[in-house]
Design a binder for this molecule. Structure first.
Ligand code: CO
Length: 211
């Protein structure tokens, strides 16, 4: 069977299985959402956000792009953050990268990738910021893994820098921002334990907004 047609068959089976366990499932789904989590992850097909966290539809607000970037002028990601923090009131914002990320690997080469160049430059900027540490790692795979982690860390800082997160946190005590890495080899999530309060305090010296 054509794989494309299969999708609709799969969908019907999914609907049936949901209704079998819970006849009101779609009534509740249609009634609204109040997820506790915002997840910003890579678009990679091997990192299915809900599945790896064991969360059902309605439990996590998701934004994905190539290499889980939070670009300062990206209206897309910032609209997602604004909506999730201000309107949905999420308690946690998670930036999740993954080892073996094609975007990060491409940024470590010098290939001209057309429209992707400015996007990947964001990752090269992370490399430049942490050049001393990264250049000292001889093994290329290990260096790539560390860049994945540092990229997550830098994107977390970019989330914490936003006015909406600063304001919400000072007013309500949340959301907290977390950095994770997913390992394709064993399926496990690793919490990088980003020092949220420390970063917030530090970045407020420069990025603080008078409110
Ligand atoms: Co990736």
């Amino acid at each position: 069977m054509d794989r494309y047609r299969e999708l609709f068959e799969n969908n019907k089976k999914w609907v049936e299985s949901k209704q079998e366990h819970d006849p009101d499932y779609f009534l509740r789904l249609a009634a609204g959402q109040s997820p506790d989590f915002l997840y910003i992850g890579c678009a990679d097909s091997r990192v299915p956000a809900n599945e790896i966290m064991g969360l059902e539809p309605g439990e996590v607000f998701v934004h994905r792009n190539v290499a889980n970037l939070v670009v300062n002028t990206d209206l897309n990601v910032h609209s997602v953050i604004e909506y999730a923090v201000e309107h949905l009131g999420v308690k946690h914002v998670i930036v999740c990268g993954h080892y073996g990320c094609g975007g990060v690997a491409a940024a470590m080469t010098h290939k001209d990738l057309g429209l992707l160049n400015p996007w990947l430059r964001e990752i090269r900027d992370v490399y430049r910021l942490h050049r001393k540490e990264l250049d000292a790692i001889e093994d290329e795979v290990a260096r790539g893994k560390r860049l994945v982690e540092l990229n997550v860390q830098e994107q977390c800082i970019r989330v914490i820098k936003t006015a909406v997160v600063q304001k919400a946190y000072l007013r309500k005590g949340y959301p907290k921002v977390h950095g994770w890495v997913f390992d394709l080899h064993d399926g496990l999530l690793k919490d990088l334990e980003i020092p949220f309060d420390e970063i917030l305090e530090k970045i407020r010296e420069i990025y603080r907004l008078e409110v």
